[in-house]
Design a protein around this ligand. Structure first.
Ligand SMILES: Cc1ncc(COP(=O)(O)O)c(C=O)c1O
Length: 454
């Protein structure tokens, strides 16, 4: 089903690949074992290689191109800003930085009205933790197993997935706890309500036994992303908010992946009516056209640094090209109803379509999500819920997921695959036709996964 693209130029692709293999050191990879696809171009919901293969991007790269590839208004804004002023130090006030901060603050919940800009998500998490520690004078931060918060020192220690293990210094003041996830309940719960109550009791016990006066912050992804898109049960986040208030703990919501339209609202927190003290963002703020992230800060925490200097900074904090692209992105999202489109596609196309696939394919244990943020949990056995591949499987043990991903790619769909799951995370701009095209390819590829069930 992959379509030929006019830019096919295999010789150019081979040269790109050769230089990559000679000189580019890739993230998260055994350098000798990878075979990166050389990409020639991208537009809207698609990208293509040099061999004439076009892919429907159901991964949004790393779940960041919320407005799709090459949105013309954002490309133009970056070009205009580049012609006007490429860079300026963070100490100055500049129009695009002021405007980007205003537009973000206008959309974040409650009184999160001051914005500290970073270059991405991990730096946002690092700075949120620094702010929480300085604000409370306490050392520890609690985060969930089944989470991802970034790859820098504190962020990787906070992360709850196996990417932490090689970098786990056990010295970052981090304590992990279990957040709710009914399908694989750590609390053996039988209902959402029970899962919520037990998860809150477990969190409070953890705080009491750690010593409340030692805990600066709790950080949670509002809807955990890479770890499996587990939408929290009603009442959970409000319960965490209440626990934080009771013990004087800063509540940090990490919206790096879930924010800026992904769940069909500007922020995932909007679904739950909860306002954190700090909110981290990146990715969708400008769809990654230029690296940008940040922390939205409550009035109370911001006031801590009214008279006392904030001891943190970055050469490129609030970079003009990044901020110009954020301004154009947020305005385009508002003008074009892009957040509303994500909500509608989730409710009317992806949700029903994925549930229908779940009925027909024995390899699908559960589908869950919101907006354009869905996980399909693949299992060997629906009755026992044994995952299609073991936790953190590699090599031969991961072959079933490899075969599923290869089937998607062969039919022109670029999937997001993590452990035993595929995440259906197209752009918020995805059309109904594109979403249906993707569902049809998933349908075919799931027959491959079905072949590995018992
Ligand atoms: C929830 C969450 N937090 C933080 C990060 C780290 O962001 P970055 O890779 O921009 O440092 C990610 C990246 O995937 C994320 O999903």
């Amino acid at each position: 089903m992959s379509t030929q693209h006019p830019t096919a130029d295999p010789a150019a692709g081979a040269a790109v690949k050769a230089a990559d293999r000679a000189h580019v050191f890739h993230s998260w990879s055994a350098q000798g074992l990878i075979d990166p696809l050389a990409v020639a171009g991208a537009e809207g919901s698609y990208f293509w290689d040099y061999d004439g293969n076009r892919y429907l991007d159901f991964s949004c790269q790393l779940v960041n191109t919320n407005i799709g590839h090459q949105h013309p208004k954002v490309v133009a804004a970056i070009q205009e800003q580049a012609a006007r002023m490429c860079t300026i130090a963070p100490g100055f006030a500049v129009d695009v930085r002021s405007e980007a901060a205003r537009l973000v603050a206008e959309r974040t919940p409650g009184d999160l009205d001051k914005i500290f800009f970073t270059n991405g998500g991990a730096e946002a998490v690092e700075n949120a933790v620094r702010m929480a520690r300085l604000h409370t004078g306490r050392p520890k931060v609690l985060s969930a197993y089944r989470s991802y918060h970034g790859a820098t020192a504190t962020a990787i220690n906070l992360t709850g997935d196996p990417r932490r293990w090689p970098s786990d210094t056990a010295s970052a003041g981090v304590v992990h706890f279990w957040a709710p996830f009914l399908y694989r309940s750590p609390f053996h719960s039988g209902s959402e309500q029970q899962e919520c109550e037990r998860a809150l009791a477990h969190l409070e016990d953890t705080i009491v036994f750690e010593g409340p006066a030692t805990v600066a912050a709790i950080i949670l992804e509002t809807v955990p992303g890479t770890a499996g898109i587990m939408v929290p049960p009603p009442g959970y986040l409000a319960g965490v908010r209440e626990i934080c208030d009771r013990y004087g703990i800063v509540f940090v919501l990490d919206e790096v992946m879930a924010g800026f339209g992904r769940t069909g609202r500007w922020f995932a927190a909007d679904h739950f009516g909860v306002t954190p003290d700090l909110l981290t963002f990146a990715k969708g703020v400008n769809s990654g056209y230029v690296p940008l992230g940040g922390v939205a800060i409550s009035a109370e925490i911001a006031a801590t640094f009214d008279e006392r200097p904030y001891p943190g900074g970055l050469t490129y904090s609030g970079h003009p090209l990044a901020c110009a692209s954020a301004v154009a992105t947020i305005n385009a999202m508002a003008e074009e109803g892009i957040v509303e489109n994500a909500a509608r596609i989730g409710e009317q196309v992806l949700g029903p379509g994925l549930r229908e696939l779940a009925e027909r394919h024995p390899s699908v244990g559960e589908v869950r999500g919101l907006g354009v943020f869905w996980a399909v949990e693949l299992v060997k056995d629906r009755a026992t819920r044994e995952p299609l591949v073991p936790y953190n499987a590699a090599g031969e043990a991961n072959a079933p997921m490899g075969a599923f991903a290869a089937a998607c790619k062969k039919s022109g769909l670029w999937p997001f695959v993590n452990m035993n799951r595929t995440h259906v995370v197209p752009p918020c701009t995805v059309t109904e036709e594109e979403a249906k095209e993707g569902l049809a390819i998933l349908d075919e590829a799931l027959t491959v996964a079905d072949g590995f069930t018992v």
